[in-house]
Design a protein around this ligand. Structure first.
Ligand code: HH2
Length: 269
């Protein structure tokens, strides 16, 4: 797999591939290797630059899965996508899963745990893989989702990401992408403030990834109840993020985002 660098494009479009029974918007749709691989390849045809493969839902009250189950879900899919030349990131909080995925051809580490673990940094460095550090207020999901905002969410997130990026770069990771972690232990207002103030995170000097796709705050702001009906609204959220300096978007509906981004680029030219 040729090396993957976010800095090679002005906006990197990351397609979501959840190989889980219980993800909040598409749980159960892409279970089984054949279905998952077909969807991953379709995402590339629709214009994704990278396919983000996850085997554990991070939604509130998701049933925890064992490391073996998570590996069993993601590794065969990554191996097969690699065989078809599809670049993948591994979306996992667990170094054992990340290690297995990198060995099978994943070329980016996506750690919603914010690269808190030295092992995660070591693995990305050893494989020469870029790493995404996402902000979660706590290392575990239950505490994160029960978290009520502090006052200065933007300052808190910026400080966390600055530290995570510094540690990772010092540990030898070739490229660090920072992500404010929309929807992770944040109120609707926190998410809005993070998008509006994204520039202060962009100023850290690392590519910024935003993942607002179909999330609850998008539903709260629009009144759209069903997560799968929030793709149009997600496009608006993500274009706002691009306007404020985001250079990577993690999305479920790649086709819609690709069209919107191409039009945006033509008009913004
Ligand atoms: N959001 C989710 C999962 N992984 N990774 C990054 N870097 N940024 C995000 O915002 C992010 C992420 C949650 O979305 P999804 O994968 O669709 O849901 P689930 O965790 O239920 O599988």
């Amino acid at each position: 797999m040729p090396r993957f660098r976010f800095a090679d494009r002005s906006v990197t479009l990351v397609g979501v591939l959840n190989v889980t029974p219980d993800s909040f918007s598409d749980g159960g749709q892409f279970e089984g290797v054949a279905r998952a691989v077909a969807h991953g390849r379709a995402l590339m045809e629709q214009g994704a630059d990278l396919v983000d493969v996850g085997g554990e839902s991070t939604r509130p009250h998701a049933t925890p899965v064992s490391i073996d189950v998570e590996i069993g879900r993601v590794v065969p899919v990554i191996r097969e996508l690699h065989r078809h030349g599809v670049p993948t990131s591994i979306d996992s909080r667990h170094p054992e899963v990340v290690a297995a995925a990198l060995d099978e051809g994943a070329c980016v580490v996506n750690d919603v745990g914010g690269l808190r673990s030295d092992e995660m940094v070591r693995l990305a460095a050893e494989h020469g893989a870029p790493a995404i550090a996402m902000h979660m207020p706590f290392a575990d999901l239950e505490r994160t989702h029960g978290h009520a905002s502090s006052g200065d969410v933007v300052g808190e997130v910026r400080e966390f990401l600055a530290l995570a990026a510094r540690r990772a770069l010092e540990g030898g990771v070739p490229e660090v992408v920072v992500d404010p972690g929309l929807g992770f232990g944040k109120t609707v207002d926190d998410n809005v403030r993070l998008i509006r103030s994204l520039k202060s995170i962009v100023e850290l000097g690392h590519p910024v990834l935003v993942g607002g796709s179909r999330k609850r705050f998008v539903g709260a702001l629009t009144g759209i109840e069903r997560a799968a009906d929030r793709d149009e609204a997600s496009v608006v959220v993500h274009l706002a993020a691009v306007r404020h300096g985001a250079s990577a978007l993690r999305v479920h509906d790649v086709a819609r985002h690709r069209r919107a981004l191409d039009l945006w680029t033509a008009l913004d030219g």
